[in-house]
Design a protein around this ligand. Structure first.
Ligand SMILES: Nc1nc2c(ncn2[C@@H]2O[C@H](COP(=O)(O)OP(=O)(O)OP(=O)(O)O)[C@@H](O)[C@H]2O)c(=O)[nH]1
Ligand SMILES: C[S@@+](CC[C@H](N)C(=O)[O-])C[C@H]1O[C@@H](n2cnc3c(N)ncnc32)[C@H](O)[C@@H]1O
Ligand code: SF4
Ligand code: SF4
Length: 339
């Protein structure tokens, strides 16, 4: 006996991305490769190590995956890596995701190595916003942190992105004691007349960077106090915004974001899920091996099964990452899962 249509509809309505703690997941972070051409000292200090041959998700698999997420209520997709721009079919992937019904925002996070020559093409392909990692505004320190002597080129990429027409260009800087902490004033002065959102990210401990973390971790709390004392005001965030607390100031064209994963209640507003470049669903940046989705990505005929597996998996999402207790839970570095 087939179910009456109205029953079927109600069943679909109940398929939403909500976990046991009433958190809603409208933001998908999708890694399309774990390969990277930089050697950031907090992430891949020895560069990318190819351990075995990997087949990254194809454009068709990505389309099937994002379609299922969109039907479950996802509105925003951030394409990450490794370095996502290393994939030759990156513009095609942007285009495929941008045309999926329900997806309102396609974003990416990049190290900016080829941004100066590609920003316009990505914008034209349907990319809405772009986050560029610039860990120092001093060329020498940039080289020291990333292993790449291309600070000027990355900054040309940032300018090209503003020119290309992106509504939002954000800069990520992982704040590190004794490395780039002296750049803070330089950064803040820079956004006085630049329409850029500058985000200071607290260094996170992963499986591989324990010693580095102990030496360089710096809390963002004192920057927050400093901003509030100097006329900056905190903004309200939207349901599919990232984890940054955003501040604005009447005298500055740019904004400042603080990402403080060690702050109290950081995970309370968790609104994102991750899928790795080989198709594993990760419920958290830290602490689990992921659920394999790949067997259901080859054909759109498996969409309902795929949605069911995602919704079922979400039931086991934990309330927090327990990062403050030193739990880095098997994540070797953030390039492995896309940050
Ligand atoms: N602990 C933790 N860190 C996160 C999470 N989401 C993003 N980050 C970190 O925040 C930093 C910036 O991430 P981005 O890739 O720029 O993304 P985002 O901050 O979500 O970006 P917007 O969507 O533009 O706000 C990176 O270091 C990420 O690893 C999260 O869910 N948990
Ligand atoms: C993993 S990278 C991937 C995208 C791209 N390769 C890039 O660097 O922008 C995404 C973001 O995670 C940040 N990140 C990487 N490792 C981190 C760590 N241990 N703590 C905090 N942020 C980290 C990077 O600075 C970057 O802004
Ligand atoms: S932070 Fe990004 S650019 Fe730097 S090594 Fe990791 S993946 Fe590569
Ligand atoms: S650490 Fe895990 S639970 Fe916390 S905000 Fe990030 S993904 Fe969500």
């Amino acid at each position: 006996m087939s179910l009456p249509p109205v029953f079927g509809k109600e069943l679909n309505m109940s398929q939403q991305l909500i976990d046991n703690f009433d958190r809603k997941f409208e933001y998908l972070r999708l890694s399309i490769t774990d390969v990277c051409n930089f050697k950031c000292n907090y992430c891949l200090p020895d560069g990318y190590q190819r351990t075995h041959e990997k087949q990254f998700l194809s454009k068709q698999e990505i389309t099937n995956l994002v379609n299922a997420f969109a039907e479950l209520g996802a509105k925003k997709v951030r394409i990450t890596g490794g370095e996502p721009a290393l994939r030759k079919d990156f513009p095609k992937i942007i285009e495929a995701i941008a045309t999926i019904p329900g997806i309102q925002k396609v974003a990416t996070t990049t190290n900016g190595y080829n941004l100066s020559s590609h920003a316009q093409a990505w914008f034209d392909a349907g990319l809405d916003s772009i986050n560029v990692s610039v860990d120092s505004l001093d060329a020498k320190t940039f080289h020291l942190i990333t292993g790449k002597n291309i600070f000027q080129k990355v900054m040309q990429g940032v300018n090209a992105s503003v020119k290309a027409g992106f509504k939002q260009v954000k800069i990520n800087s992982v704040l590190m004691k004794g490395l780039n902490d002296i750049d803070i004033d330089l950064y803040i002065n820079w956004i006085k007349d630049q329409p850029i959102q500058l985000r200071f990210i607290e260094l996170m401990q992963t499986e591989d960077n324990g010693e580095f973390f102990n030496k360089h971790h710096l809390s963002g709390e004192w920057i927050k106090q400093n901003l509030l004392e100097n006329g900056w005001t905190q903004k309200q965030s939207l349901s599919h915004d990232g984890p940054a607390q955003i501040f604005y100031h009447p005298d500055y064209l740019g904004e400042i974001g603080l990402i403080m994963p060690y702050s109290k209640d950081f995970c309370k507003s968790c609104n994102r899920l991750r899928v790795s470049s080989v198709g594993r669903l990760h419920l958290c940046l830290f602490g689990e091996e992921g659920v394999d989705l790949r067997d259901l990505l080859g054909t759109s005929a498996d969409k309902e099964k795929l949605k069911q597996r995602i919704v079922e998996s979400l039931k086991s999402k934990k309330v927090s990452h327990y990062l403050a207790d030193g739990e880095s839970g098997g994540t070797p570095h953030l390039a492995s899962i896309g940050g």
